[in-house]
Design a protein around this ligand. Structure first.
Ligand code: PXP
Length: 250
């Protein structure tokens, strides 16, 4: 039932705007916009969860942002992070409701591919276990390939987030249907294995209609398009507009 699909709002790019001017001085009283204030507005607009990606290069969200958001009453925080010992230790201290393990490289503009789980099962399994051990729900951000889905299941992750970026790039082109079919098969496979199925990356106010035809979706994580729309409408209205799509299922 599409009406039950949750909206996770990725607020990284509210911090991107701040860092564009206040890199190195983000804690100053002048620094704006505040990711914490953005979070409050997103929640008021109907966000079911807040997602932040603490990247190694700290290009947008900073450690103190994460701690401040985590302490906000009523926020269900999903921390996106690389599969490293430092981040694992950070997450174990923070104890967000959820962690999504993502691949990360310094050169990329945004998270480009899915996590390579099949090729590094032991490393991912150890991180998944260390996070589950302190009660964190762990999700793996992966491509919709059968090998990655099966590996995610094998390493003990209860949740997968399927990477919708290739579909978003293909949107309105002749290959969009094939990309959507790949995602559909991935959703079916993950669901058959008993995994919770989330999806995200590149979803916008237009292609969301196609995304909402996918089966078994639990949560969508959406960032850039909502922050971009916020410049025109304000954060609360931008989130509410996306939430309305999820509630309508179209
Ligand atoms: N999900 C994951 C795992 C991501 O890395 C990102 C981008 O940070 C998103 C969702 C949101 O993508 P977008 O900003 O394109 O909506």
């Amino acid at each position: 039932m599409s009406s039950r699909i949750l909206l996770g709002v990725n607020i990284d790019h509210a911090a991107t705007v701040r860092q564009a001017r206040y890199r190195g001085t983000h804690g100053s009283v002048h620094a704006e916009p505040s990711p914490l204030a953005y979070t409050r507005e997103a929640l008021a607009g109907g966000a079911d969860g807040i997602t932040v990606h603490l990247r190694e290069d700290r290009r947008h969200i900073q450690e103190d942002d994460v701690w401040a958001i985590a302490q906000l009453p009523g926020v269900r925080l999903n921390l996106e992070m690389a599969c490293t010992p430092w981040m694992t230790d950070f997450a174990r201290r923070l104890r967000p409701a959820a962690v999504c393990l993502v691949p990360e490289s310094r050169e990329e503009v945004t998270t480009e591919g899915g996590l390579e789980v099949a090729g590094q099962r032991d490393r991912v399994a150890a991180t998944v276990a260390a996070l589950k051990d302190v009660g964190i729900e762990v999700s793996l951000f992966i491509g919709a390939e059968a090998a990655q889905i099966d590996a995610a299941h094998a390493v003990g992750a209860p949740v997968v987030e399927l990477h919708t970026g290739a579909f978003a790039n293909a949107w309105l082109s002749p290959t969009a249907d094939a990309e959507l079919a790949r995602l559909r098969a991935g959703c079916e496979r993950a669901h058959r294995l008993g995994l919770i199925v989330n999806a995200g990356h590149g979803i916008n106010y237009d292609n969301i209609r196609a995304i909402l035809t996918l089966p078994h979706l639990h949560e969508l994580n959406i960032g850039h398009t909502i922050v971009a729309r916020s410049l025109l409408t304000g954060a609360r209205a931008a989130v509410a507009e996306m939430k309305a799509h999820l509630l309508r299922g179209a």
